[in-house]
Write a protein that binds this ligand. Sequence first.
Ligand code: NDP
Length: 349
Amino acid sequence: MITYKPVCVTGASGFIAAHIVRQLLVQGYSVRGTVRKSPKNYPFLLGLPGASERLELVEADLLSNGAYDRAIEGCDYVMHTASPYQINVKNPQTDLVDPAVNGTETVLESCLKSAGVKRVIFTSSIAAITDEAESNKVFTEQDWNTMSSLERNPYHYSKTLAERAAWDFIMRKRPKFDLVAINPFMVIGPSLGPSLNTSNQIIRDILMGVYPGIMDINWGFVDVQDVAKAHILAMETDTASGRYLCSGEAMNMKTLIALLTSSGFATYSLPKINLSGKAGTLLMKALSFTQPRDTGVYIRTNLGRTMRYDNAKIKRELGISFKPAKESIIEAVKDMVQWGHLPPLKNVK
Ligand code: NDP
């Protein structure tokens, strides 16, 4: 399906959104992306194939009322990805929650004003499903994070409140458009722009020896290109509805480090001490207080637990298949070297 009206992508400069923009352009769509600075600051977007004919960049900030009116006017579909993605912030309320929640309401208000909007695809997160693994539970789209707060995993809190605000908006205002949420886990892979994304940074930090040992912790990985594809399929599939937990396989830190070692990255400062047993977990919980505040909280709420989740709904309803995590992880490392986020292997001591 090709719509000649532009698809609006908020936060087009972001790691995930840039891939959405790229894939939309490749598929022949016109795109109106929102950015925070003047468009000339985004050569990596303006240089995408098809961008000169079919990409328009519009300035908008989540904290400014009415900021998205012009970007959304005349669009059938809106992908709302913009939201701060940082784990450690000074002020969780103003740095995370306000832009996430007020921004979502602002974007949805603009959709309401623009008569033609048919569907909003909202980039939510596993963070809105849970902020901690529960070893005996398999998480699904039915689950909501009820544990996070401004003090406990505030990024997770911001994503939960923002997704709740989006569904509440639909319930209260009964707009003509519907809402579909995509809830990815840890998104990794190549970046189209120069910024280092928070989730790729976790792999970089492991390679650079930021963590003192191999911890008993696991994550679900999903390739950034698959997440972008999921957004587009959610737009194109008429029957898509509700939330979609979007993640490929889960991997624990021990397996991740073994993979990095066997893939030629052993000369980085990978952690070597095994702290994944019961005593190691206790030690790491104590050491987590030496980490930046919110990283420490995340470690303490997830150590010693195994995260399990069910990704059947997105595979069944959107027909997506996930790239193996191993390939995405290796590609992410090579890409970080190319962007200068990691020293090239020959310079690694
Ligand atoms: P990025 O940090 O790369 O992208 C975030 C985007 O939001 C950027 O375009 C950023 O603009 C924009 N943004 C932040 N604050 C504001 C603001 N006040 N006004 C306007 N725009 C703003 O992160 P990702 O691409 O990873 O994240 C995109 C979405 O995906 C987010 O909603 C995030 O929560 C979600 N997500 C990400 C996951 C991941 O592992 N990466 C996992 C699950 C969900 P600027 O470039 O100017 O900073």
